[in-house]
Design a protein around this ligand. Structure first.
Ligand code: HEC
Length: 280
């Protein structure tokens, strides 16, 4: 009877962890496709058969043993089995430390601990393990985590967006205006409506001039050139429309659209929450 109860409890914990995982993966799916072959495994099983999981993306579940640094902790050491080691988890984007003894679901890649390898896989990250701790885990199997989901289903490794600078904020507003202005200009050109073109083209030209100044301040040469081309195209479209050269105006409008794409491909970055920002 007791055994049955314990088994039930285990099943419940497993069910909860499965939910947490689906949640984490669903959240992540917005920024990158979830790995198709995510292997679920208990931390203790992974430690028993490390070779079976090496270089795979796994979801490991177990309890937090010890906090090792701001971005690293260990899982599931069994004090009674002296020979058994614990599992090192390094989560480069960890923003809050998990509570020791709490039950976690960690998603990440199983590798052998090697600071050089971690540096290669997580380029913007600096490993912060104390030297003696690093020495203890060297060569052992570990998980380089992208998600650390706690029992409250919070992903403690979800990257926190860096706030926009005032200049970036102002530029974001410019782009939010560029979009409807360019759309109206385009429909004005399509309809050969000179009044709409004369209204919208100067507005777009002014917005691109602001974009040009923004990129000039950052020293982004190619973007300055694209923005300047935008200023010139807006003026050309207005002039061609005024002088009734609609096929020229259409040609410039097509170039304008290509301009948006060139600059976005080079300098626009989609954030995990779906918003955009300027690439660093
Ligand atoms: C010189 C470079 C450049 C050009 C040209 C450019 N953009 Fe952008 N745009 C950016 C960058 C960088 C971002 C990301 C910054 C941001 O959104 O805060 C952006 C963001 C945007 C956004 C997202 C705004 C938001 O945050 O919701 C829209 C929409 C947009 N651009 C439309 C356009 C259109 C339409 C054109 C062409 C008519 C255009 N852009 C031309 C650089 C450019």
């Amino acid at each position: 009877m007791r055994r049955r109860l314990r088994w039930r409890r285990r099943q419940m914990v497993l069910a909860v962890s499965a939910c947490a995982l689906v949640f984490a993966v669903a959240t992540r799916a917005q920024q990158a496709p979830a790995p198709a072959n995510l292997v679920p495994v208990a931390a203790s099983s992974l430690l028993l058969r490390p070779e079976a999981y090496l270089n795979q993306t796994v979801s490991v579940f177990g309890t937090v043993e010890q906090l090792l640094s701001a971005t690293a902790f260990s899982m599931d050491q069994d004090a009674k089995k002296a020979a058994m080691t614990d599992l090192l988890i390094v989560a480069p984007t960890l923003t809050a430390q998990p509570a020791p003894g709490s039950y976690m679901t960690v998603v990440g890649e199983v590798i052998r601990f090697d600071p050089a390898e971690i540096q290669k896989l997580a380029k913007d990250y600096t490993l912060d393990l104390p030297a003696n701790t690093a020495a203890r885990y060297r060569g052992q199997v570990m998980v380089l985590a992208t998600s650390v989901v706690d029992p409250g289903m919070n992903d403690l490794a979800k990257p926190v967006p860096v706030p926009l600078t005032p200049a970036e904020e102002a530029f974001d507003k410019v782009m939010k205006q560029v979009n409807p202005t360019a759309a109206e200009l385009r429909s004005g050109v399509t309809a050969s409506d000179v009044k709409v073109v004369q209204e919208q083209a100067p507005v777009l030209g002014k917005l691109f001039a602001e974009a040009r100044a923004f990129f000039a301040d950052r020293g982004t040469t190619d973007a300055v050139a694209w923005a300047a081309e935008g200023v010139a195209l807006a003026a050309a479209i207005e002039k061609d429309a005024t002088d009734n050269r609609w096929s020229d105006a259409r040609e410039s409008t097509t170039k304008l659209t290509a301009l948006c794409q060139s600059c976005h491909a080079a300098h626009r970055e989609r954030q995990p929450d779906g918003t955009f920002r300027v690439k660093k």
